[in-house]
Design a protein around this ligand. Structure first.
Ligand SMILES: [Zn+2]
Length: 97
């Protein structure tokens, strides 16, 4: 039998209220959300074409290269915290002694 739409089980990783197919994506999301929660950029609609005023970027977003590095470092740190926490359900079950 060949179904057009099949059904299969897959492990997903939860970060916030979203689900991800890879741990990497979940940790990246968590890091991005942390930065976003501290973001203080001026809204884009502050832009004024008449005077040429451009909205100010916050200290996290004024340098996008630095921001990407910070997000990657944060994601690695979050993963490190989770791996050293043995009670984390996201970890693969360990072999019983
Ligand atoms: Zn910002």
């Amino acid at each position: 039998m060949h179904l057009i739409v099949g059904c299969e089980q897959a492990t997903v990783y939860r970060a916030g209220n979203r689900r991800f197919f890879t741990k990497r994506a979940a940790y990246n999301h968590a890091a991005r959300e942390k930065i976003r929660s501290r973001c203080d950029c001026e809204p884009l609609d502050y832009a004024d074409f008449a005077s040429g005023y451009m909205p100010m970027a916050c200290r996290y977003h004024e340098d996008m290269d630095r921001c990407a590095k910070l997000q990657a470092r944060l994601a690695r740190w979050y993963k490190h915290i989770d791996t050293s926490n043995t009670n984390n359900e996201a970890e693969e079950p360990k072999e019983k002694r």
